[in-house]
Ligand binder design. Structure first.
Ligand code: FES
Ligand SMILES: [Fe+2]
Length: 417
């Protein structure tokens, strides 16, 4: 449970809020590359941290992320003409480059200096792994772009499921830090009574949680013999990334995993990006079929307005929820709490201890940030940047070996698989 003030602090992300300020210190996903595939192609609307923005790819392929409303008199630049190295407003033709410079104000008299007096809001972008990341914080403190391992694999080894969650990001993040729901919300009834997708699921795991400089590392440890354990390692990475060990096992190692970004669109909604990848193999058609659960606008076809098309008969015989697709199941659990859940009314138990730790970590990061200290996980000197520890894996460990030692010793090995 949180106090009313703490809940407010953690959940509000609009410009001028403390958490909004903290999140703006990080490179965060703005949209998928596929939303603006072509130079001079149509722009895309982006709602991010409570701001309305427009993304476009200019003639040279450079990406611009501009405030949606024209600096002249506010017409939406979403309707603009993307032409010759800039985005031109359809009302009076003001033209902007990717950096927010006003290139032309054609309705003004020759010699007008107006364009030199105005700078339009524009955020720097980096494209990696099929996503466009933006930095919306102060220009004097741009961190090194985090080149996480999953952003470096070839595009055909990646697939990303983007969807809009109609609730605050923290509800979604709480769900990512809550492994006990796997046994209920995502349970599939198998004829043999097995859970469906967890390996060694019949052992109730012990959890060991390490606080790291970037967030947390969590090991779920299941005893599978008198002196052998099966360990699954997941991570929470600031500011809102959950790395989950969901890949297939090949010779006792994962062939990839997924990174889930819960990006606040505003206080009441969240862009969820499930970034799946394989270290060494292309994704198959079957692997990427999960995207069918959203429409072209990334809004879920099954949603709270149609009760996620819950099937009560299937709930008796097929799975725990009667709802198809785990992303819809997660959405139902978190959206049905309301857009911002009142955490003063929760009754947290032992199974929620990781959620409690992550919330404490976020609150501490926020208070440190307000006191002028550097937010966790950020690097400002590229020679100091090493993101190789940020990854998931599984391990089969005998009782005389520590999973931590094994994990540290194998950092980088999967990437070379
Ligand atoms: S409102 Fe955009 S050019 Fe006038
Ligand atoms: Fe889930």
């Amino acid at each position: 449970m949180l106090s009313k003030e703490e809940n407010e602090l953690l959940t509000r992300v609009h410009p001028g809020t403390p958490m909004g300020g903290l999140f703006r210190c990080y490179w965060i996903p703005a949209l998928l590359s596929e939303e603006i595939p072509d130079p001079d192609g149509p722009p895309a609307r982006v709602r991010l941290l409570g701001e309305d923005l427009v993304a476009f790819r200019d003639t040279q392929g450079k990406i611009g992320l501009l405030a949606e409303h024209c600096s002249h008199r506010g017409t939406s630049l979403f309707y603009g003409r993307n032409e010759e190295y800039g985005l031109r407003c359809i009302y009076h033709g003001w033209k902007y480059d990717v950096e927010g410079n006003v290139l032309e104000t054609p309705a003004e008299p020759a010699g007008s200096q107006l364009k030199n007096k105005v700078h339009h809001t524009a955020y720097p972008c980096v494209e990696a792994g099929g996503m466009v990341f933006a930095y919306m914080g102060p220009r004097e403190a741009v961190p090194v772009f985090p080149t996480y391992a999953w952003l470096g694999v070839p595009q055909n080894q990646i697939y990303i499921a983007k969807s809009l969650l109609e609730c605050n990001y923290l509800q979604a993040l709480d769900g990512d830090c809550d492994s006990s729901h796997l046994n209920y919300l995502h349970k599939i009834f198998k004829p043999d009574g097995r859970h469906g997708f967890l390996r060694h699921e019949d052992q109730s795991p012990a959890f060991e949680i390490d606080e790291m400089d970037f967030g947390f590392r969590v090991a779920a440890i299941r005893k599978i013999g008198p002196d052998k354990s099966y360990v699954r390692i997941s991570q929470f990475v600031m500011p809102f990334i959950g790395c989950v060990p969901v890949g297939r096992e090949v010779a006792g190692k994962l062939d990839g995993f997924k990174a889930v970004y819960q990006v606040p669109a505003d206080d009441q909604s969240t862009w969820r990006y499930d970034f799946f990848f394989k270290w060494a193999k292309p994704m198959t058609k079957e692997d990427s079929s999960k995207r069918d659960f959203v429409g072209a606008d990334y809004r879920k076809l099954r949603n709270i307005r149609n009760n996620y098309l819950q099937d009560r008969q299937a709930q008796k015989t097929v799975n725990f929820t009667g709802i198809e697709e785990f992303l819809n199941q997660d959405a139902c659990a978190t959206e049905s709490m309301g857009s911002i859940v009142d955490r003063t009314r929760e009754h947290l138990g032992v199974s929620d201890s990781y959620i409690i730790q992550v919330r404490r970590f976020l609150l501490k990061a926020l208070r440190d940030f307000q006191a002028g200290r550097q937010p966790p996980g950020l690097v400002y000197d590229s020679t100091q940047a090493d993101f190789s520890r940020i990854r998931c894996d599984v391990a089969y460990v005998s009782s005389d070996v520590s999973w931590r030692t094994l994990f540290e010793a194998t950092v980088g090995q999967s990437e070379k698989a």
